[in-house]
Design a protein around this ligand. Structure first.
Ligand code: PHB
Length: 397
């Protein structure tokens, strides 16, 4: 049987020939799980404030596939795409499109923590293999961890926890925290606060606005009146770019240093000089100058005519992770236990640097300290070596 016939066609053609017994008689040695295309569902934001992030993740995934000649473990990949719009209310319906309608073998999704929580509920129930290529929701690899759910990115706590100590060590003893009021913003706030307060710092105020609102003016005025030593925030994508610009326009740049995790990723072309000097912690950065990263960046720039960012790396690593699983079972997608076992033992040779999988299925990875210099999130140090998320409440950990 040719590789280009997918599983549904195979079953259909079997039915046309008179049922299962005939199929077995015609192709006695071919198990259904080892032939045909593998169906990969991409549930990502393609519109809204995180649209660029979704595109970068898909690009990263496709780049890896391209490097492998379009096949993983000898199997072609067929994509099924859903725009989740970063809307948690639509998460159940969108996830079910992929699980029930398209019957995908793997779901890769998503960016927004609230949407990811809606997805997990259904992928846990159905047992569909699920790789989260961004969303940092703690519960995904914490209280709601599951054998079939993996993350190729970070936890909201993990990316920013090391920042608190760094800010304090720079001599800034008080801070205001500002973010969108939803899972990722709140969990990032807890992570920053934990590190900052443990070091001796004091949070003067926490400021929130609804996701994906970008009317920052009133809150920036409030920050100016509080006069903290530092401001730390969680914003990302288009909303992040607007925050950087508004912070400078409000006259705060150069007066009160601004810190974050994701704020400056994928937006430096758009914000010009307004981001110069912003320090962030993150599991990827520019100018790492390793063999693996240099090759990745060259390949990405060639394929997509733009520079990769942390989101592209997470998409690339989602594909690498899946490939490790599928290759271990020689392409037999029905051997889910074998795939999971190999993914759990994976050592990922990532553009970010090598990482391993925690028992809760979250990367154990170095968190870098970065500073915006020109158009780069330049890596200036390692803020925390091989940091693992505490995986609170995960029974597998
Ligand atoms: C999240 O919602 O978990 C999230 C979104 C965008 C980011 C990081 C985390 O850049």
């Amino acid at each position: 049987m040719s590789n280009s016939i997918n599983r549904r066609d195979f079953i259909k053609s079997g039915a046309a020939l008179g049922g299962a017994a005939t199929v077995g008689g015609l192709w006695p040695n071919i198990a259904i799980g080892q032939s045909g295309k593998i169906k990969v569902g991409l549930m990502l934001p393609y519109t809204g404030t995180f649209a660029q992030l979704g595109v970068a993740i898909e690009n990263g995934f496709r780049l890896y596939l391209q490097e492998k000649g379009g096949k993983i473990a000898g199997r072609e990949i067929e994509f099924f795409k859903v725009d989740d719009e970063s809307d948690p209310a639509k998460a159940p319906e969108n996830t079910n499109k992929l699980i029930q309608r398209d019957k995908v073998d793997l779901i890769v999704g998503t960016v927004h923590s609230g949407v990811a929580m809606g997805m997990i509920k259904l992928t846990r129930e159905s047992g569909t293999l699920h790789i989260i290529p961004n969303a940092g929701a703690g519960a995904a690899t914490g209280a709601l961890c599951a054998p079939n759910v993996f993350r190729s990115s970070f936890s909201n706590w993990q990316a920013i926890y090391p920042l608190g100590k760094h800010v304090y060590d720079k001599g800034q003893k008080t801070a205001v925290w500002i973010t969108w009021k939803y899972g990722a913003g709140e969990e990032a706030g807890q992570g920053f606060k934990e590190g900052f307060v443990k070091a001796g710092g004091k949070i003067l105020k926490e400021l929130y606005l609804p996701f994906p609102n970008v009317e920052f003016q009133a809150l920036l005025t409030e920050i100016a009146s509080i006069k903290p030593d530092a401001v730390a925030c969680f914003f990302a994508g288009g909303g992040g770019a607007k925050f950087i610009k508004d912070y400078a326009a409000a006259g705060l740049k150069g007066k009160i240093p601004l810190y974050s995790s994701f704020l400056t990723d994928g937006v430096l072309e758009a914000v010009g000089n307004d981001a110069e000097g912003i320090e962030t912690t993150m599991h990827y950065g520019d100018a790492l100058n390793t063999k693996k990263d240099n090759a990745f960046r060259l390949g990405y720039a060639k394929a997509f005519k733009m520079q990769p960012d942390v989101y592209a790396v997470q998409g690339y690593d989602a594909a690498q992770l899946f490939a490790i699983g599928l290759e271990a079972v020689k392409g037999d997608i029905n051997n889910k236990a074998g795939i999971i076992k190999a993914m759990e033992a994976a050592k990922i040779d990532s553009p970010r640097g090598a990482w391993t999988m925690s028992k809760a299925h979250n990367p154990i990875q170095d968190i870098y300290l970065r500073k915006v210099v020109g158009k780069e999130n330049k890596v200036i140090g390692v803020a925390h070596k091989a940091l693992a998320d505490p995986a609170r409440g995960c029974k597998m950990a």
